[in-house]
Design a protein around this ligand. Structure first.
Ligand code: CA
Length: 743
């Protein structure tokens, strides 16, 4: 849709009425001119009319129009970026819902945002954007929903036709962490790698572009795009699968590629794309395992400072994890696990800070980046804050990249501290290579804080972090080989699980073995804990208002805490595991709080699972709350599924061990454990019906269920492999069926 040029300038407002009149008058004029055979140029009335309408809407903008001016002068009623404001603080000054009345918070409306590909519920992780009473948000595979924020009524949806086989390449479900709304357009990345630009008014596609450099590698997109100046930047995911991370900038209007910044160097034999890559290559072994890509994918929330004109990007972990296979002689391996400041006009690096040099523990620095201006030691500093997986809370000068402070916000045993002079972590014995023997390391590979956004509250001066402390035994295979479309971390998960018990027994009294989760309030100036609320778990992202902190939990609650003390003031049971961060906004003078609720991905894989939520069916819901609202409807209870009698075929016992190994490597990440321990939203393969058994090989090797999201594995598994897995599953089903008959 094209707007009169004048509408794009000036203050916020609504010129759609004027606009329609403008268009009609134009048509009317043309008709008259044609009928009377008068050339428009001679018709001074025509120009006078145009002039009047241009003046009339000069200081107005179309509905739901976000631009730099509006973002700078954000009105409390709106939530304009995934992080709410320009600084990505996940904070709103709205205070109609406050300490005194939050007890009256209740259900306002909900919208069904379940997946549209296959029938398995998928995770929802985005924070909705709300502007002029319209909510824009994204769901599984890169779907977009535009809703009336007062009622939840659907205005339009965009459901991209995504190749479901990309689901196999997504380590942690086919999620999407949000979109960007800018100057009448919505920008979203689809799981299979397209950046799509839609019209905010009707969801029509304006342009779409393929962002993947190599479709033979297991790239996906799960992150939100970031607008910076005249470009929109998008990253990707896939480090676990062995890819080379990069971000790409596109012209906001045309989608034309402007620049691409690789996070790690490629094989120097092929030359360097940029001086930055030449510099980074000096921190890698020249004989690095280039085929593995090196990792460093950018899949979290970025940020942009328009005054400094700097785009801030957090980069991911290494591929493979052990540096002795990746870059055998070691080195810092830039720019893994780093925060980069990039000039969005030309894609040049302005500064960088590497949180975890020579990364070997999945310590991504893709966690949400928050900007703030605060007084530190008597000086007003423009800072950037991040609590990456590695367990340190970093405060950097965002103009220069200078490290202001870094302290442990959670239990950390791989480093004793960060040396403020060198900016580098000082490694402990546990932080040495786990090459020759397994090591017990905290935080675990899921991090002290992962993607769920933290919130900075300028009123209390505190940062609220979904924190967790989980120990992890790291052990690797003795050799390494890159394989397409599979986990290329080279961690020996089966042995790690066995060793875990052994190692935990050995260090029983060590505090490194304690597992805790919390909502943590952190003072970024003193780098100290202000309060910690242990119960409930860290699961959901966080949002705060002057007096309150809002957070959903994997156990299905939506909680509200006192921002100063942490006291839990309100708890609403939704029956849906919640991972996403909430949003808040005001329509018609009434404040709402909304959150995307649906569970999925790594959070259901078992290491932090909680059976409570599995009493209810997982549903993709956007739930909104307001003061005086009602009871929140619960999803239907899950019905236990009986184990069907296994088909009468002879099980080949000699194949079972191999089948178990292959199941754990290829299938477990989605399908999980069997019987009572089955917490995954994907089918329990110990309960397959006769028809599935008959088609087993076609499902696995021919992809006959790929439209449902069950990918073809023929590039990884042979006929014999599939048969071994099938025999392992037959054995499980037989055992569980027998146990069921005895009950
Ligand atoms: Ca990772």
């Amino acid at each position: 849709m094209i707007y009169p040029p004048a509408c794009k300038q000036g203050r916020a407002g609504n010129c759609s009425t004027t606009f329609h009149f403008w268009i009609s008058s134009l048509k009317y004029n043309i008709i008259i001119f044609t009928d009377l055979n008068i050339t428009p140029l001679k018709n001074y009335k025509y120009f006078a009319l145009l002039f009047v309408f241009a003046i009339g809407c000069r200081n107005e903008k179309p509905n739901a129009w976000i631009d730099q001016d509006r973002l700078r002068n954000r009105e409390a009623a709106d939530w304009l970026t995934t992080g709410g404001n320009q600084d990505m603080q996940h904070y709103s000054p709205l205070n109609q819902i406050n300490r005194e009345n939050v007890a009256e918070l209740g259900y306002a409306w909900e919208y069904d945002a379940s997946t549209y590909i296959g029938n398995v519920p998928r995770g929802l992780e985005a924070t909705p954007i709300v502007v002029d009473g319209i909510m824009f948000t994204s769901g599984a595979w890169g779907a977009v929903y535009a809703l009336d924020a007062k009622t939840g009524k659907e205005l339009w949806t965009f459901k991209p036709k995504v190749d479901p086989s990309y689901g196999r390449r997504a380590c942690c479900d086919v999620v999407n962490r949000g979109l960007a709304v800018w100057e009448g357009r919505v920008y979203v990345g689809t799981l299979d790698g397209y950046l799509v630009c839609l019209d905010t008014q009707d969801g029509k596609v304006i342009w779409t572009t393929d962002t993947f450099s190599d479709r033979t590698k297991a790239y996906t997109i799960t992150s939100p795009p970031q607008v910076a100046g005249s470009i929109v930047m998008i990253g990707n995911s896939g480090s676990e699968y062995g890819v080379r991370g990069y971000v790409t900038a596109y012209d906001l209007k045309t989608g034309e590629e402007k620049w691409r910044f690789f996070i790690v160097p490629g094989d120097p034999a092929n030359g360097y794309e940029s001086p930055e890559m030449e510099m980074a290559a000096k921190t890698w072994d020249t004989k690095s395992h280039w085929q593995s890509g090196g990792g460093g994918t950018v899949w979290g929330e970025s940020a942009y400072d328009p005054e400094l004109n700097l785009l801030y990007v957090g980069t991911g972990n290494a591929a493979p994890y052990p540096i002795w296979f990746r870059s055998p002689s070691g080195g810092d391996n830039l720019f893994l696990a780093s925060i980069l400041a990039i000039n969005p006009d030309n894609g040049k690096l302005v500064w960088y800070y590497q949180t975890t040099p020579a990364e070997i523990w999945d310590y991504t620095a893709t966690q949400n980046i928050v900007l703030a201006d605060m007084e530190i030691k008597g000086k007003l500093r423009k800072v950037l804050m991040q609590a990456p997986k590695n367990g340190f809370f970093y405060v950097l000068d965002r103009a220069t990249g200078e490290l202001i402070s870094a302290e442990k916000y959670t239990r950390v045993n791989w480093a004793s501290h960060v040396d403020l002079k060198t900016g580098r972590p000082v490694l402990t014995e546990q932080g040495q290579w786990y090459k020759d023997k397994p090591k017990l390391v905290v935080p675990f590979l899921g991090g002290g804080h992962v993607w769920q956004p933290m919130s900075y509250n300028p009123t209390t001066g505190l940062v609220y972090i979904p924190e967790r402390s989980v120990p992890q035994v790291f052990k690797t295979f003795e050799t390494y080989q890159w394989l397409p479309d599979v986990d290329n971390t080279n961690l020996d998960y089966a042995e790690m699980y066995k060793f875990r018990k052994h190692v935990l027994d050995q260090v029983k009294k060590s505090e490194d073995t304690i597992r805790t989760e919390s909502l943590l309030a952190w003072n970024p100036i003193t780098q100290q804990e202000a309060w910690k609320f242990p119960e409930g778990g860290p699961d959901g992202g966080v949002m705060s208002t002057p007096e309150l902190v809002f957070q959903g939990t994997r156990t299905g609650y939506f909680n509200v805490h006192d921002a100063k003390t942490g006291e839990k003031l309100k708890s609403i049971f939704t029956g849906n595991g919640i991972m996403a961060a909430p949003t808040t906004y005001s329509v018609g003078g009434e404040q709402y709080v909304a959150v995307m609720a649906a569970y999925g991905g790594a959070e259901t894989s078992g290491y932090l699972s909680d059976a409570v939520i599995f009493e209810y069916e997982n549903r993709g819901r956007i739930i909104a709350f307001k003061l005086g609202g009602g009871e929140t409807p619960l999803p239907p209870k899950r019905k236990p599924i009986a184990t069907p009698a296994p088909p009468a075929v002879k099980i080949k016992d000699e194949l079972i061990a191999r089948g178990a190994y292959l199941y754990n490597f290829y299938c477990d990440i989605c399908h999980g454990k069997f019987g009572d321990r089955h917490l995954s939203q994907h089918p329990d393969l110990s309960k397959m019906a006769e028809a599935k058994h008959l088609l087993f090989k076609d499902i696995v090797l021919k992809g006959i269920l790929s439209e449902n999201g069950m990918a073809n594995f023929s590039n990884s598994l042979t006929e014999e492999d599939a048969e071994a897995i099938h025999n392992f599953l037959l054995k499980q089903q037989t055992l569980l069926y027998k146990a069921q008959q005895l009950k």
